[in-house]
Write a protein that binds this ligand. Structure first.
Ligand code: ATP
Ligand code: MG
Length: 406
């Protein structure tokens, strides 16, 4: 039986890296006062249509959508923000004093699988509600940068843009439409559709030729309203205050419709075409759009698979003690539990093997010590301890051994 295309097992060989990534993410994000939220993988399809947007690639062609046994259309979440916003509204979290949330978990998109692009992938994301000050946008970027630093990932660039709001974006879209209409026949098939449905999406097209044409397109800068412009300007000031370097990219749009005012991406040159490791921005209309009270929002989502590719140094988990148990199960378990009681990782061998093959196995597990016990050790309450890193061996009484370990 084969695994589904675009899906991946994460095996113990690779798990140290994943655990390092997620522990570092929790520690970093919680150090800014955020708390974890866990929302379901399945949501009503309507949730994503109304938030991510009907004309986005995600909703148009990438969602895992199906009817449940009650004929209700449900979708496996393609991203995390919509579910968190739904939970915020459903649970009246506007009444709680917590405004800052984070999540870690799997997302699902029916995309063409390639390096750095899977159908089940994982994201680490944060969301902040009800804070309008541009300083929080800058803090969100700063947290993202801090996360990368703590993972030892340094060679990235941060691109930012002003994406406008309901007031000013329509004018910009009109200007884009007029511009791209001139090149209509040269655009890819998708972009020809985008031209009338959502010309902003053309700026995000991955097609080489569309990108070339997009280079000459009008920039949002000259269309942004005063509110968006001044918000964006203060975000830039605050980023500078926080010591975050950034590049302005007037072509940066994002593949989701809910963003307003400020968007950003963190990009590396090390991953080829799939170079965006993290992305986010402000979404001031989303809570209201989904039925809540008008509440602003800002956040980011980072792709774990792409971060994993960039992590070089991470702590390797290993076993402290391998108990070479020569047919004395009860004594072995007793010793193991005492060691575990003082915080050690202990593997007890239950398979009846030769001492030689046990030592081989202990070495392969990268255990630091082997504790060899047989009838003789058991009867005299002793242990034979072998330091596998230094190949030294000595005998202890059980009490002396435990004291020594402590
Ligand atoms: P891209 O332009 O690469 O398709 P996106 O605009 O769809 O990205 P978002 O929806 O904002 O990206 O997701 C944020 C991050 O999640 C991305 O920057 C990336 O690191 C990761 N990501 C998104 N889709 C996938 C995928 N199919 N496989 C692996 N990681 C993904
Ligand atoms: Mg995408």
């Amino acid at each position: 039986m084969e695994i589904l295309r675009g899906f991946k097992d994460i095996l113990p060989d690779n798990i140290d890296k994943w655990q390092f990534l997620e522990t570092t993410a929790r520690n970093t994000i919680e150090s800014f006062g955020f708390r974890e939220i866990r929302t379901p993988i399945l949501e009503k399809t309507q949730l994503f249509k109304r938030s991510v947007g009907e004309t986005t690639d995600i909703v148009e062609k990438e969602m895992y959508t199906f009817l449940d046994k009650n004929n209700e259309s449900i979708t496996m979440r393609p991203e995390g923000t919509a579910g968190v916003v739904r939970a915020y509204i459903d649970n009246h979290l506007e009444l709680s004093s917590f405004k800052k949330y984070y999540y870690i978990g799997p997302m699902f998109r029916y995309e063409r699988p390639q390096k750095g692009r899977l159908r089940q992938f994982h994201q680490i994301g944060i969301e902040v509600f009800g804070i309008d000050e541009p300083a929080i946008d800058a803090e969100v970027v700063y947290i993202n940068k801090a996360l990368l630093n703590n993972l030892g990932i340094n060679n990235v660039r941060i691109e930012i843009n002003n994406i406008g709001c309901d007031m000013c974006r329509p004018n910009y879209m009109d200007a884009l439409k007029s511009y791209f209409e001139e090149y209509r026949s040269q655009l890819c098939e998708d972009c020809q559709k985008r031209l009338y449905r959502n010309p902003l999406r053309i700026l995000d097209c991955k097609n080489e030729h569309c990108r070339l044409i997009a280079k000459g397109a009008p920039k949002i800068t000259s269309f942004a309203c005063e509110t968006c412009r001044s918000h964006y300007d203060v975000v830039k000031e605050k980023l500078t205050d926080f010591g975050v370097d950034f590049i302005e990219n007037p072509m940066l749009v994002r593949g989701l419709d809910y963003y307003t005012k400020f968007v950003f991406e963190i990009i590396t040159d090390k991953l080829g075409a799939q170079g965006t490791v993290s992305a986010g921005g402000r979404y001031d209309n989303l809570v209201e759009q989904l039925g809540g009270k008008s509440t602003s929002g800002v956040g980011f989502a980072a792709g774990e698979e792409r971060l994993i590719e960039l992590i070089e140094d991470y702590p390797k988990n290993r076993i402290d003690f391998y108990i070479a148990n020569l047919d004395v199960d009860e004594y072995a378990v007793q010793i193991a539990n005492k060691l575990r009681g003082i915080g050690k990782k202990v593997y007890v061998e239950y398979e009846r093997r030769s001492l030689k093959s046990m030592m081989k196995r202990a070495n392969r597990m990268n255990a630091e010590f082997a504790v060899i016990i047989g009838e003789n050790e058991k009867n005299n309450r002793k242990v034979m301890v072998k330091n596998l890193f230094e190949s030294k061996q000595s005998e202890y009484s059980l009490e002396a051994f435990l004291d020594e370990v402590k």
